[in-house]
Design a protein around this ligand. Structure first.
Ligand SMILES: [Zn+2]
Length: 401
């Protein structure tokens, strides 16, 4: 019989790589036994990955269980490829580089107000180039650049369809890509933050990630897959109405969660620094205690609403989630008072585990995730993205150029 179809070969290649990745170290025999394929087939794929710089020989194991000879164990090369993540916000750009393990190798932040202009897109391109240069990674190993922006992004057109936080409606990846010499994707910022939190984790199957940053958003994980609803709206918790005749939201409605619980509600009391807010709060600053009391009362309403709708783990993320861990008792008590089941909130309400730059990290990880899904398409440095993107199935809303 002729060789296996290309898709089967790719699946096998991917399975070999993922097997080694999960094990950390694996011998040829481990892989053959684990995947039920022949030793020569394993050898072929190992050669492929060694040549591609994605696997390397790790330690030689003691002969022990393997008879007389010491078998070679293979391991993944975390620095075999890199991806760049960019977090574009109202007043600054965060740019960073991650490796295949999602480890941040270098990060850069520059203040500049967002504007819809070629000057601005060129500025972002220079930030990407500067970050890569500062990190010192091989540019030939860059998989691509994920640019996270506030706003909903159409799956079909790749354009921002709703962008009132920074007035970016209508922009697309192509606007940034004109100044970035790598594959460039546009992603929704709060979804990127949730993706970073969920990525590569096996501890939760169902979760709701609340992104509490300059704006409030969310991501939904159901049965270990991102849930986006019909269209692009699932998780848009920033526009959950929590008060009648309340504060004006940037969406134009009154009483949404966003104007009560975005991070600037706190940081505007400490010169824009969320870190300083929690430092002074911990020291008992009475003015900030009042601010935090009001904030947690409003957030508790949203948490309870999410809990009764989804009945799953709720992860507090974004800038506030990253820094509020030691100050959550108030919120917990308020959530428990609202909960119709009197559940101990510690069983479902947690702080995000990824504290540093979740939006930019998530934006980069989209590229890493796709790379792993498409492993084996080419042996050259970065993969070709000439074909339409085929995300893992867990994440589908990513615009492509
Ligand atoms: Zn709103």
């Amino acid at each position: 019989m002729a060789g296996a179809p290309g898709s089967t070969r790719r699946r096998t290649r991917q399975a070999v790589y993922e097997f080694v990745r999960e094990r950390g170290l694996a011998t040829k025999k481990d892989i053959a036994d684990g995947l039920g394929i022949s030793l020569p087939t394993v050898g072929k794929y190992l050669s492929y990955f060694l040549e591609a710089g994605l696997l390397e020989e790790g330690a030689k194991l003691s002969s022990g269980d393997h008879g007389g000879r010491s078998p070679i164990a293979y391991t993944c090369v975390a620095d075999g490829r890199f991806a760049v993540g960019v977090d574009v916000n109202r007043d600054r750009v965060r740019c960073l580089v991650v490796n295949l393990d999602g480890r941040v190798l270098g990060t850069r932040r520059t203040r500049r107000a967002f504007e819809r202009s070629q000057d601005y897109f060129a500025f972002v391109g220079r930030e990407v180039a500067a970050t890569i240069a500062e990190t010192g990674v091989d540019r030939g190993l860059i998989l691509g650049v994920g640019v996270a922006v506030p706003g909903l992004i159409s799956e079909t057109t790749g354009q921002v369809t709703y962008g009132r936080v920074i007035d970016n409606k209508g922009i697309s990846a192509a606007d940034f890509a004109a100044h970035i010499p790598y594959e460039t994707r546009l992603v929704h910022d709060s979804e990127a933050a949730g993706f970073a939190e969920f990525w590569d984790k096996t501890t939760v199957d169902n979760a709701f990630y609340v992104s509490l940053s300059h704006s409030v958003g969310g991501s939904v994980l159901i049965k270990n897959a991102m849930y986006r609803g019909d269209g692009e709206l699932a998780g848009e918790v920033g526009h959950m109405r929590i008060h009648d005749a309340g504060l004006r939201c940037y969406c134009g409605r009154d009483g949404c969660l966003d104007p009560y619980c975005n991070s600037t509600v706190l940081s505007r009391h400490t010169d824009g620094s969320i870190e300083d807010f929690f430092t002074r709060l911990a020291a008992g600053d009475p003015a900030l205690v009042t601010v935090w009391d009001r904030y947690t009362s409003d957030l508790a309403i949203a948490v309870n609403n999410i809990r009764v709708m989804f009945g799953c783990t709720i992860i507090l993320g974004g800038d506030v989630g990253a820094h509020s861990g030691a100050q959550l008792d108030d919120l917990r008590h308020k959530v428990e008072r609202l909960d119709f089941l009197d559940t101990d909130s510690r069983t479902f309400l947690v702080s995000a585990s990824l504290r540093e730059h979740p939006i930019a990290v998530g934006a980069a990880l989209y590229l890493v995730d796709e790379f792993r899904q498409q492993l084996g398409r080419t042996l050259s440095g970065a993969l070709s993205y000439s074909q339409s993107p085929r995300w893992s199935g867990s994440v589908e809303r990513v615009a492509t150029v």
